[in-house]
Write a protein that binds this ligand. Structure first.
Ligand SMILES: *Cc1c(COP(=O)(O)O)cnc(C)c1O
Length: 392
């Protein structure tokens, strides 16, 4: 992979016609270091967040050896890169073929479920294996999350109690897990979810071997500024304390976004300007899906290459390159007012879910990926969410 010391060098050298995706390994390293130092348990990386091999290698090299996978292809990807790593099949709904292959060919023993039907499917697909670690995924409120997962997955309280009892009979180890929703903006979601687990423990008198507090740990965006991650971790510790168990179960978490969001960015080129609308060469069918319907506001920086930039900052909307009108990003993306056709813009915070969603719609696809060794673009923003161009 080509490496550059900063964005200007990259643009001057490559003068890219297509979008370029940039990875900053230092951001991955720092995020993992934080979780390893602070989180009171084991850390699984949620592979779907960024399954790029180079990113995965960085994650592995920084000491992560447990992975949350959702498909047999994710199982194979990780096993190819790191044979020793331990895989947790945490998608609550899996095909029989995927379960069998994961169990018999890849030694996967940890599976999640939120219905009795899925439990039976897992048992049948593994010839009633006696060495399964089964996680009951309970539904918890996703009210503080930017992306709500609670309608799709999770057993509600009454069902969860029945499932915990049933899984206890069939599992070697029993786990209970939840997910507060992605980019969770309030730490209280974690303690409330642990309270749900506490109720299940009281009602069933079954203490799980493992509690999985899931993902949802937030990253920072210009308009989404959660309190420090350390406060979330402290809230989890507090919630675990309130369980009042003599011996705490094993604790695990499955961060995706919080480990990789800062590490990725995309350099786009402006094809046309219509007043405050910029038609750029990447969009919601490329690496900018989250800027579309989910309306994530990405940090944006004009790469001026020495050209004097206007002091007036203007709010822009973006249109992507395809012919689909859904290929629209509302923003607002703040940029100097003198942006024009041919300019390059860096869009940050795309390490999470940026590479995941790319398509070849209309023939627009770019797979040029480079390494950068400067600071992630979000670090140029001040606390009010404005980019500090003087620092840049
Ligand atoms: C997507 C997902 C994660 C990661 O979520 P983030 O919000 O990116 O941290 C973790 N666990 C499960 C089961 C998931 O589906």
């Amino acid at each position: 992979m080509e490496k550059f010391s900063n964005v200007n060098e990259l643009v001057n050298t490559l003068k890219p016609v297509k979008p370029i995706y940039c990875i900053r390994p230092s951001a991955i390293k720092n995020a993992i270091k934080f979780f390893k130092e602070k989180f009171p348990g084991k850390i699984l990386y949620a592979v779907k967040t960024n399954p790029n091999e180079y990113v995965l290698k960085n994650i592995i090299n920084n000491g992560i050896d447990r992975f949350d996978v959702a498909s047999i292809d994710e199982v194979k990807t990780i096993k190819k890169l790191s044979h020793k790593s331990k895989l947790f099949f945490m998608h609550p709904i899996k095909s029989r073929d995927d379960i069998s292959e994961a169990y018999f060919s890849y030694n996967v023993r940890d599976f999640s479920l939120d219905t009795k039907d899925e439990l039976l499917k897992i048992l049948e697909s593994t010839n009633n294996a006696k060495d399964l670690n089964l996680f009951v995924r309970v539904a918890v409120s996703n009210e503080h999350a930017e992306l709500d997962l609670s309608r799709k997955f999770g057993a509600i309280s009454g069902e969860a109690i029945g499932l915990v009892r049933l899984c206890k009979q069939h599992a070697k180890k029993l786990g209970i897990s939840f997910h507060v929703g992605s980019q969770c903006m309030h730490k209280i979601s974690f303690s409330k979810s642990l309270k749900e687990i506490s109720n299940i423990i009281k009602k069933t008198k079954i203490i799980p071997d493992t509690i999985n507090v899931g993902g949802g740990f937030p990253s920072i965006y210009p308009d989404l500024r959660p309190e420090p991650l350390e406060n979330y971790i402290n809230e989890i510790k507090l919630g675990l304390g309130h369980l009042k168990l003599e011996k705490l179960p094993e604790i695990i978490c499955e961060p995706g976004r919080a480990l990789v969001a800062e590490s990725g960015s995309t350099i786009v080129k402006v094809n046309l300007r219509k007043k405050n609308k910029l038609y750029i060469n990447d969009g919601t069918y490329g690496s900018l899906f989250d800027a579309g319907v989910p309306n994530f506001i990405l940090p944006s920086k004009l790469i001026t290459n020495g050209r004097v930039q206007s002091k007036k900052i203007t709010a822009f909307q973006f249109y992507g390159p395809t012919c689909d009108s859904l290929d629209f990003m509302k923003g607002p993306f703040l940029l100097p007012n003198n942006v024009k056709e041919g300019d390059y813009i860096e869009l940050g915070q795309l390490g999470a879910y940026g590479l995941t969603f790319r398509t070849k719609f209309n023939g627009f696809y770019s797979n040029t990926i480079v390494e950068l060794n400067d600071k992630p673009i979000m670090s140029l923003y001040d606390n009010a969410g404005k980019i500090n161009y003087l620092v840049a």
